[in-house]
Design a protein around this ligand. Structure first.
Ligand SMILES: CC(C)(COP(=O)(O)OP(=O)(O)OC[C@H]1O[C@@H](n2cnc3c(N)ncnc32)[C@H](O)[C@@H]1OP(=O)(O)O)[C@@H](O)C(=O)NCCC(=O)NCCS
Length: 212
C-alpha cells in the first residue's frame, strides 16, 4: 500500500529562464502586475492532476484510465509574477471506492514564496470490458502522519458534501417549494399573456414594435 507522499508529482514552469514559455503565458505585452494567463495554468493543472491520478491507478490496474468527475472551486489567492518560475505540486489525498481526490497547489518560490492557488480534482478510474466501460474499485492509501490524515479527513468532508447535494437534488420538492414553483409558473404565464396581448394589439393597429 502507498502513502499519499508516494504519489507526489512536481511540475515546474521555468518562466525565469524560458522566454518562449513566458510569452505563451503572458496576458499583455507590458510590464503589468498579475500578467499571467490563468486559463493556461488551469490547463497545466488539469493535466497534472490527471497524470498523478493515472500513475496511482496504473500501479494496480495497468489498463485503467481516469476521467474527471469534479474540480473543486479555485480561488486566485495572490497575483502571479510572470518573471518567476511557477511550481505545481500534486498528490493523491484520498481514495474512495472508484474515485480519488488529487490536491494541486500552485506556488512561486521566492522570498517570500507565494501561494497562488490550490484546488482538488476528483477522478474516477475506469476499465473497459468489451464495449462496456465502467468504474473500477481502487486500493486505498495508508496515512502515517497528521498532515496526511488531515488532508484525508478534509477530502472525506468534501465527498460527503457532494453526496448530500446529490441526494438533495434527487428529493421531491416539499409542499412549500412546490407552492413557490406553482406561484412562479402562474406569474410567469400571466406576464407572457400580457406581453402576447400587447404584441397582437400593436400588430393589429399596424404600430412599430421596438426591436422586431
Ligand atoms: C464521473 C463518472 C464516470 C461517474 O460515473 P459512475 O461511476 O456511474 O457514478 P457513481 O455515482 O457511481 O460515482 C463513482 C464515484 O465517483 C464519485 N463522483 C462522481 N461524481 C462526482 C462529483 N461530481 N464529485 C465528487 N465525486 C464524484 C462518486 O462519489 C463515486 O465515488 P466512489 O466510487 O469512490 O464511492 C460519470 O459521471 C461520467 O462519465 N461523467 C463525465 C466525466 C467526463 O466526461 N469528464 C471529462 C470532462 S471534460
Amino acid at each position: 500500500m502507498y502513502r499519499p507522499s508516494d504519489t507526489a508529482v512536481t511540475q515546474i514552469l521555468p518562466f525565469s529562464t524560458d522566454p518562449a514559455l513566458r510569452r505563451r503565458f503572458l496576458l499583455h505585452d507590458e510590464p503589468l502586475k498579475a500578467n499571467v494567463r490563468f486559463g493556461l495554468l488551469l490547463e497545466v493543472l488539469d493535466k497534472l492532476a490527471e497524470d498523478t491520478a493515472l500513475a496511482y491507478v496504473r500501479r494496480s490496474i495497468p489498463e485503467a484510465r481516469v476521467v474527471t468527475a469534479a474540480i473543486d472551486h479555485i480561488r486566485v489567492r495572490c497575483e502571479a509574477d510572470i518573471s518567476r518560475d511557477v511550481v505545481l505540486l500534486a498528490q493523491v489525498n484520498y481514495v474512495g471506492r472508484t474515485s480519488l481526490e488529487v490536491g494541486v497547489r500552485i506556488e512561486q518560490p521566492g522570498d517570500p514564496p507565494s501561494h497562488i492557488a490550490s484546488c482538488y480534482v476528483t477522478m474516477v478510474a475506469q476499465t473497459a470490458d468489451g464495449q462496456q466501460v465502467g468504474s473500477t474499485p481502487l486500493p486505498g492509501l495508508v496515512f502515517e502522519d497528521d498532515l496526511e490524515r488531515q488532508r484525508e479527513s478534509k477530502a472525506i468532508k468534501r465527498r460527503n458534501a457532494y453526496r448530500r447535494s446529490r441526494e438533495t437534488a434527487q428529493q421531491q420538492p416539499t409542499r412549500d417549494e412546490y407552492a413557490l414553483l406553482a406561484r412562479l409558473h402562474t406569474t410567469g404565464a400571466a406576464w407572457f399573456l400580457r406581453i402576447d396581448g400587447w404584441l397582437t394589439n400593436h400588430q393589429r393597429l399596424g404600430k412599430n414594435i421596438p426591436g422586431a
